[in-house]
Design a protein around this ligand. Structure first.
Ligand code: UD1
Length: 341
């Protein structure tokens, strides 16, 4: 029998790509999502790719009764991949309680119910934001955690601690904490991708909207950083590569006995790209120009950060394999599809 996995936030950007990879790998998937930042039509995209419509529960994970009903109605869930969280850094500064309530209550409710319903493990979406501005790059999992610069970042740090404390207390579960660098791109079928509500805050959705003429121009936030071309450097990772890492992680939790109860992995390519290099690679890959200008620095931005993904490469046997030009082509194909609708 196939193992059943609960994917919270499964109609969201990274969640939907992970559901596809889970189904491709033979897992049964149950999604819960409150649709606060996603659309129920994403289920059609998932079904178009895999031929399977996942079980979908519209509901809010901050409500423990909703979750309890879900576990009762869908017996035999073995693992959870928890994407349900708010993720806009700027908004988290304006509405800290929303972020603490959503992100922490969701996690606490899930952890609370896991032993009762026999759920063995949880994969948690953490972020490289826990490293702050690194003292050196590439950065590995042993690097110190720096004080968070936003409530969003703080929820990631606190969530990691909550999971560690709960397991230390003897809770009969395992967890893998995945620290993502910068997920970008879309499924190569262009059936699913990122669907930002309103003005995008992140680089790639803004870039593709500028290229499509929806935004006048992209502003490069600063060109006076201490980097070769003066713009900030990040480790951009293809969303399908990222999704595949989740399948490996949940399989490791469910099928391997001799692993630590909590494990942490960086998920990145190991390569840093500047904002200007990313614009170049988009233009090279698609032949489409990105109207852009240099603007002021954005408050709170980190100058440069990229991953040392060696632990994930060696222990998980996972490597980010999609070339950046492919990622850019997929992001553009998705933007074109969304624009036509
Ligand atoms: C941030 C968070 C990260 C979070 C992610 C998802 C930090 C340090 N990082 O990533 O944890 O998971 O958001 O929301 O809190 N840029 C422009 N013009 C734009 C937009 C962005 O030049 O219009 C630049 C930024 O200055 C940055 C790079 O593009 O150098 C990437 O920005 P963005 O996509 O917003 O991601 P991060 O800030 O790296």
């Amino acid at each position: 029998m196939k193992d059943k996995i609960l994917v919270t936030g499964g109609t969201g950007y990274i969640g939907s790509h992970t559901v596809v990879e889970l189904q491709n790998a033979g897992y049964d998937v149950v999604i819960i999502d409150n649709l606060s930042n996603s659309n129920v039509k994403v289920l059609d995209g998932i079904e178009a790719i895999t031929g399977i419509r996942p079980v979908f529960v519209e509901g809010d994970c901050t409500n423990i009764d909703v979750l309890r009903k879900l576990f009762e109605a869908n017996p035999g869930i073995k693992g959870i991949i928890n994407f349900a969280a708010s993720k806009a850094v700027g908004e988290s500064v304006q509405k800290p309680l929303l972020y603490y309530r959503n992100n922490l209550n969701t996690l606490i409710n899930l952890l609370d119910l896991m032993p009762e319903f026999g759920v063995k493990g949880i994969v948690f979406s953490s972020s490289c934001t826990v490293y702050g501005e690194p003292d050196m790059n590439p950065i590995d999992e042993t690097a110190p955690i720096k004080p968070a610069t936003s409530p969003y970042g703080n929820t990631k740090q606190i969530s990691e601690e909550i999971i560690e404390d709960y397991i230390k207390s003897g809770a009969p579960i395992k967890s893998i904490l995945l620290r993502y660098f910068n997920p970008i791109g879309a499924h190569p079928s262009a059936e699913i991708g990122e669907l930002p509500l309103g003005v995008p805050q992140n680089l790639v959705p803004y870039l593709t909207q500028a290229a499509a003429g929806i935004r006048k121009e992209l502003t490069v936030f600063g060109n006076d950083y201490n980097t070769p071309d003066g713009s900030c450097i990040r480790d951009y990772i293809d969303v399908v590569d990222l999704a595949k890492a989740h399948v490996i992680a949940i399989k490791r939790i469910l099928d391997k006995e001799d692993t630590d109860a909590v494990e942490i992995f960086n998920l990145g390519t190991g390569r840093g790209l500047s904002v200007l290099e990313l614009i170049d690679s988009f233009e090279r890959a698609t032949g489409v120009k990105v109207p852009h200008k240099i603007g002021e620095r954005r408050a709170g931005d980190i100058e440069k950060i990229w991953a040392d993904p060696k632990k994930a490469n060696e222990v998980l046997g996972w490597t980010a394999g999609v070339p950046i030009d492919e990622t850019m082509k997929n992001a553009w194909a998705w933007q074109c599809k969304v624009t036509q609708k």
